[in-house]
Design a protein around this ligand. Structure first.
Ligand SMILES: Cc1cc2nc3c(=O)[nH]c(=O)nc-3n(C[C@H](O)[C@H](O)[C@H](O)COP(=O)(O)O)c2cc1C
Length: 345
């Protein structure tokens, strides 16, 4: 079955929903660097239906972010339906995604996110309520189960499909695992084989080569990348290169990497209303952009202390000016993955 919204490619690359990360500026940036589809961070159905200001701010997106899905969470089918209706009418994204994967305590305590996975009747009721409240396609993001005993991604996926989900993204870990262990890609392959709708593979893609390997091993219809996009939005274009049979473009030079970080910062400045708070929030991205660079620890220390975006440009300029002090202006291709720092330093 095809994707339920128009796409320019056969195998779409998704920027995964990530609270505090897949915000409007980063979504735009990732689109510019090859992501085909982006998803908002998870937004509470209650917050949406009460038209909570902060929630609505997180819901807003620009034309440069399409195609986009808005992800909602909650365990009350009525509230989820109302939230879906509001999002569809007011914001008109390409699709509504339901979060059945979030492992965070305060969410699962109320059966939200992966909490729903303990009760598949509830999962079905939520999907049906959302699907009947919107004309937009409804998609789901799931984990493999609540815990090892309840681990059954195929059963969960089939129930989602029966209830009306049009695409399923699987992060093949249980809620109990949180982020430990490895994503079991063979479970993605099993879900692909079991359902008729497109399945997105997600979990542990750190490099463009990982994405290709996941596709080969699972035959997933699309690839969803979360942490692998930290500080390296160009990973999407690198995956596209490999999918097209071209050599992967190298990671940008340090100067280009800083230019991308500054472009990201400019997008944040346009989007956020509290410049100081936004600069402090942005420190994590700066840290990711500085990963794997020679002298990166020192650079990160400075970046983690910024309270305004103006300071960032100066710190980057200073680093580049002193670059000849460093062994080489070379960034490892793997700069996005953990542990590169040790090699580069
Ligand atoms: C900081 C952070 C925030 C996340 N927020 C969400 C979220 O709002 N909704 C969601 O469905 N998954 C969320 N996730 C899970 C990711 O979408 C993804 O499933 C998971 O990180 C595994 O993919 P990865 O190995 O590519 O990171 C989040 C993950 C991280 C690291």
């Amino acid at each position: 079955m095809p994707f339920p919204f128009p796409l320019a490619v056969d195998l779409p690359l998704y920027l995964a929903p990530m609270a505090g990360v897949s915000e409007s500026p980063f979504r735009q940036l990732c689109h510019e660097h090859g992501a085909d589809v982006v998803v908002t961070e998870f937004l509470s159905a209650e917050g949406i239906r009460r038209e909570n200001e902060a929630t609505l701010h997180k819901l807003s997106f620009g034309p440069g972010e399409r195609p986009i899905g808005v992800q909602i969470f909650g365990a009350d089918p009525v509230a989820m339906g109302e939230a879906a209706r509001f999002v569809s009418d007011v914001f008109q994204p390409e699709f509504i995604d339901i979060n059945f994967g979030c492992p965070v305590k305060k969410v699962v305590r109320r059966n939200g996110g992966s909490g729903c996975l303990r009760d598949l009747d509830l999962v079905e009721s939520v999907i049906r309520a959302v699907a009947s409240a919107t004309h937009l396609p409804v998609t789901c993001k799931i984990r493999s189960g609540w815990n090892e005993e309840m681990r059954d991604p195929v059963k969960i996926a089939l129930r989602c499909q029966d209830a009306g989900a049009r695409v399923i993204a699987l992060h093949p870990r249980t809620r109990t695992q949180m982020y430990t262990g490895s994503a079991r890609w063979e479970e993605i392959a099993a879900v692909v084989a079991a359902v008729d709708i497109p399945v997105l593979g997600n979990g542990d893609i750190k490099t463009a080569e990982d994405a290709i390997r996941m596709h080969r091993e699972t035959n997933c219809a699309g690839i969803m990348i979360a942490r692998g996009s930290y500080g390296q939005p160009w990973i999407f274009n690198q995956v596209k290169d490999l999918l097209a049979g071209r050599p992967k473009r190298p990671a940008p030079s340090i100067a280009d990497r800083f230019a991308i970080a500054l472009d990201h910062a400019r997008k944040v400045i346009e989007y956020e209303t509290d410049p100081r708070g936004a600069a402090i929030e942005f420190r994590k991205h700066l840290g990711w952009y500085a990963r794997g660079l020679y002298g990166g620890a020192d650079l990160r220390k400075k970046l983690y202390a910024v309270t305004s975006f103006g300071e960032v440009e100066g710190i980057f300029a200073d680093y580049l000016q002193n670059a000849e002090r460093y062994a080489a202006l070379h960034v490892s291709d793997d700069a996005g993955s953990e542990g590169v720092e040790a090699d580069a330093a």
